[in-house]
Design a protein around this ligand. Structure first.
Ligand SMILES: C[S@@+](CC[C@H](N)C(=O)[O-])C[C@H]1O[C@@H](n2cnc3c(N)ncnc32)[C@H](O)[C@@H]1O
Length: 480
């Protein structure tokens, strides 16, 4: 308790000069308890989602600056998180400030992107949707539990252009030097934006922790710089107030790598970037960065963003670093891909020429689907942990489509789908079976389950006449 009080006092003493007074008094914190969601524009347009959610009774309103962001009244955010619209992946809860780094990185269609510290995937899913899945994203994170959350979000949002890796990000610059057109480093940080949100924040906060994070971030920044191609762009962001992790780190980068990079200006209004901290003055260049302070008038949390252009290649770490490692994943042969896609079109009458836009990875017994423009499996010496969106697998009872595949493409099926009503949709999201008595269903064939035309998952007919819900437990838990 004593330590916590000392930390609290130290924290506000440090930031007294630039923190808004309402943050200090705790007011901003209360305001920021409301949530913001980002529309999954690959599934629905912002006006259509607004209509859908408003008609369902949710209190939401569009953000004044960004059409794809909606503010959600805190009374209904829990219910919304469990709704069938959430199951269908129509939106993603993301704070307004956290929305900006991916927008500022703004990769072009076809460019290869590295998201160096990606989990749980707010910005990876956003980056995927920004380019309509055209161009590979490698989403890396060191933490396996958080990578599981990342995979979940990619599946729910239906991102078929993302491969996951699990490295310490500090290694990637050497393993995949100059492999990426754009790199996002949304860095691990001291998370000071949560200072007034998390009750026990001050138990864990300390100046030593700030310094420890700043050191890690410097190493990650150098790795990002190495992984980026010459002429490419890196966006660095944190959700912390500490200048050591923000302006001072960027100053350090400029001091040590001036020949290799330049800072690009971020054109945003109300930039609160610091010109000095505790007597240390920052150069004019640092003013190109963007600092957001928590502000209850516009819904922002604390964030810091820098945009860096790599102007020159760094000397190679070792001469072999650019050699490709043999990857454990392979593409299916064209013949096998065609055979699986043909079966798919026959059963569900998709009427799609899958091979034009997609490729299958793995083998006939278990495969993943990836957008063709993202299907390259070699990235220097990086080993991929998860190569794409699960597609399906061969079982003793026949070929079974994956749940994420059904969620992503189920709305396009013209056969073997079931449109269920509102009550059934809520039950289905909570993992309940569907009584099949009144439904005309083909036994043995997986049925895609839809509500209002949006796919919610899959089910299969049992001998007793019920439709067995085939939703994976992680998705069920989200709706309970
Ligand atoms: C701020 S969070 C990333 C949030 C994510 N970009 C998003 O938008 O959902 C920082 C992440 O860095 C990861 N991390 C911490 N140290 C790392 C390292 N050395 N290499 C790679 N990732 C690291 C953490 O596991 C955490 O998921």
């Amino acid at each position: 308790m004593m330590q916590s009080n000392t930390n609290y006092a130290l924290f506000f003493e440090r930031y007294h000069d630039f923190l808004p007074t309402d943050f200090v008094s705790g007011l901003t914190h209360k305001h920021l308890e409301h949530k913001t969601l980002r529309v999954n524009t690959s599934k629905i347009s912002p006006p259509d989602l607004l209509t859908l959610l408003t008609q369902a009774g949710f209190e939401i309103c569009p953000d004044e600056q960004y059409p794809a962001l909606f503010h959600v009244n805190s009374h209904c955010s829990n219910l919304l998180a469990k709704s069938w619209q959430a199951r269908a992946g129509l939106f993603y809860f993301q704070s307004k400030a956290s929305y900006l780094p991916a927008q500022i990185l703004s990769p072009l269609i076809g460019e290869t992107v590295l998201d160096l510290a990606a989990a749980p995937g707010s910005k990876t899913t956003q980056l995927s949707q920004l380019r309509q899945e055209k161009g590979l994203i490698i989403a890396n994170d060191i933490n396996p539990k958080r990578r599981a959350a990342l995979a979940f979000n990619l599946e729910q949002q239906g991102c078929a252009n993302v491969q996951i890796s699990g490295y310490d990000g500090r290694q990637i610059g050497n393993l995949a030097a100059e492999c990426f057109d754009r790199v996002l480093l949304d860095a691990p940080c001291s998370l000071e934006t949560y200072a007034l949100k998390k009750k026990d924040f001050f138990k864990y906060w300390s100046l030593a922790k700030v310094q420890q994070m700043a050191n890690l971030q410097r190493q990650l920044l150098v790795s990002a710089l190495k992984a980026c191609k010459k002429g490419g762009t890196i966006v660095y962001s944190t959700c912390t107030l500490a200048p050591e992790e923000n302006e001072i780190n960027i100053k350090w980068l400029l001091d040590n790598y001036a020949d290799f990079l330049e800072l690009e200006p971020i054109n945003q209004t109300q930039n609160q970037v610091l010109s000095e901290f505790q007597g240390q003055r920052f150069s004019k260049q640092i003013q190109n960065c963007y600092r957001i302070l928590p502000d209850k008038s516009n819904g922002y949390e604390a964030f810091f963003i820098a945009k860096i252009r790599k102007t020159k290649s760094l000397p190679p770490h070792n001469p072999q670093q650019n050699q490709s490692a043999s990857t454990k994943y392979k593409h299916l042969s064209k013949k096998d891909q065609q055979s699986l896609f043909d079966q798919l079109n026959i059963v569900y009458q998709f009427d799609l020429d899958w091979q034009t836009d997609f490729a299958l990875i793995g083998d006939y017994t278990k495969s993943w689907l990836i957008c063709k423009s993202s299907s390259d499996l070699e990235h220097g010496q990086l080993q991929i942990e998860r190569p794409a969106l699960p597609f399906g697998r061969q079982t003793q009872k026949g070929y079974r489509l994956s749940f994420p595949f059904c969620l992503k493409f189920g709305h396009l099926a013209k056969a073997n789908y079931l449109e269920i009503d509102q009550k059934q949709a809520l039950d289905f999201c909570q993992g309940k079976n569907i009584p099949a008595a009144s439904l005309a269903v083909n036994p043995g064939i997986q049925q895609i389950i839809r509500h209002q035309g949006f796919a919610l998952g899959r089910a299969i007919l049992l001998n007793d006449g019920t439709l067995k819900n085939q939703t994976p437990p992680a998705f069920v838990r989200q709706s309970l």
